[in-house]
Write a protein that binds this ligand. Structure first.
Ligand code: SAM
Ligand code: SF4
Ligand code: SF4
Length: 405
């Protein structure tokens, strides 16, 4: 167990059920009060213990109720597991200020040792069980997934799981020049690249990356060349950081045939100092783009799609906006997340996950693992974004780089 940061005490951060402990400086836990939602909500949410039901966060306690052992399981709100996000590492070569602030995740930070990270064959075995439970989409994420060795091998094995399903990857794009073609050859179908600005200074400041933005742009080009088009580009918008990049990014993505998705800055984890004041609401983002390139709404591609879609009226493509702060979509949330150390999380904002690696390495057969997953999904009643308020501000939450986006 290690203590990080100078002074101010420390706070234990999501340990999950595997006993892995991480500590972060208490001074970093500045979760501001929202000017609108949080203040309004505080009138009705007095304390965490009384009117706010903390069981609405992910809870690793399996549901004691009978779960059917056949067919796709439904959670307590009737949602099915359709989408599995697989984090293959908690490491990253960037230090985005909103995800892994450099002052906290410095040289001395203890990332997971290799022995605690799921091996590819373990990931594939679990993914196959999720597939049998009805998961239609697998997304490889991290940390930065491309820092893990031999990633195309994992893609090849995931692509070979029986049945037709989508297989995609979220990456910061820094390694795509070398990896895009091998990943596509291995069976990757689509890719999402995170990029917050075309302006080199803004890019470097937000990503903490020790490389020019040109390297990510080249990676995106490599992904297009490898046939992973249309590439999606995810842009987190943080007030005071990159609002000025909103329209230039739209112009660039239109011209390049990319699907740009703006993401509201979220209060994931407890280390990024999130304040509601730093969120640029999706309505503001849309107004800025619409003012230059008129937009009209598009229907979702499939139920539960996180981004609200818009097309340019001149036919030059589409954009998406993920407004999880100002326009939550928990009712249609069909996402499960597997951390690099093999914990199952059912919400981006959960405090804890459920250990799957332990039973897996202890020799559990597929039926036992499936029963455990069913129990966790059956107990799920997460809807954090709908409940976000002063009452949720100080709850412990897993860091985004632990479970991926
Ligand atoms: N390293 C890869 C990347 O950046 O694409 C994959 C992992 S990253 C955690 C997945 C996504 O989460 C990225 O698109 C990133 O921009 C987004 N993200 C991280 N922290 C966020 C935050 N506080 N608010 C909104 N999105 C965030
Ligand atoms: Fe790394 Fe992705 Fe997090 Fe940025 S958002 S620090 S690239 S894991
Ligand atoms: Fe799903 Fe996000 Fe709502 Fe959690 S907060 S239930 S991850 S939509």
């Amino acid at each position: 167990m290690r203590m990080l940061g100078a002074g101010g005490g420390a706070v234990e951060l999501t340990s999950g059920t595997t006993g892995h402990r991480r500590w972060y400086p208490r001074g970093s836990l500045r979760c501001g009060t929202a000017p609108d939602r949080c203040v309004d909500a505080s009138a009705s949410v007095s304390t965490r213990g009384d009117r706010y039901d903390v069981r609405t966060m992910s809870d690793a306690t399996p549901d004691p109720r009978h779960q059917p052992s056949e067919g796709a399981p439904r959670d307590r709100l009737g949602r099915l597991p359709r989408d599995l996000r697989i984090s293959v590492t908690d490491r990253c070569n960037f230090r985005c200020t909103y995800c892994m602030p450099a002052e906290i995740f410095g040289r001395d930070f203890a990332f997971l040792p290799r022995s605690q990270i799921l091996r590819y064959e373990e990931i594939v075995r679990l993914a196959a069980i999720f597939a049998r439970l009805g998961v239609e989409k697998l997304r490889i994420t991290g940390g930065e997934p491309t820092v893990r060795r031999d990633l195309p091998d994992l893609v090849r094995q995931l692509a070979a799981i029986e049945g037709e399903r989508d297989l995609t990857l979220t990456t910061n794009g820094s390694a795509l020049r070398a990896l895009a073609a091998p990943l596509a050859d291995a069976g990757l179908r689509r890719i999402a690249v995170s990029l917050d600005s075309l302006d080199d200074a803004v890019f470097r400041a937000m990503s903490g990356a020790d490389m020019p933005v040109a390297r990510v742009l080249d990676g995106i080009e490599a992904a297009c060349e490898a046939g992973l088009a249309p590439v999606k580009v995810n842009m987190v918008v943080r007030r005071g950081n990159n609002e000025a990049s909103i329209v230039p990014m739209a112009r660039w993505a239109r011209d390049a045939g990319l699907i740009l998705r703006y993401i509201e800055y979220m209060d994931v984890g407890t280390t990024n100092g999130w304040r509601m004041d730093d969120v640029v609401p999706r309505a503001e983002i849309l107004a800025l783009v619409d003012g230059v390139f008129p937009l009209e709404a598009l229907p979702p591609n499939y139920p539960g799609e996180v981004a609200t879609r818009f097309r340019y009226r001149d036919g030059a493509g589409e954009i998406g906006v993920i407004g999880s702060v100002t326009a939550p979509f928990c009712g249609a949330c069909t996402r499960a997340r597997l951390s690099a150390e093999g914990e199952l999380f059912t919400c981006l904002f959960a405090a804890r996950g459920t250990d799957l690696r332990g039973p897996l390495r202890a020799g559990a057969d597929d039926a036992e693992l499936e029963a455990r997953i069913r129990a966790v999904w059956g107990a799920r009643d997460d809807r954090y974004s709908e409940l976000r308020s002063a009452g949720t501000a100080n709850l412990s939450r897993v860091e985004m780089f632990v479970i991926g986006g």
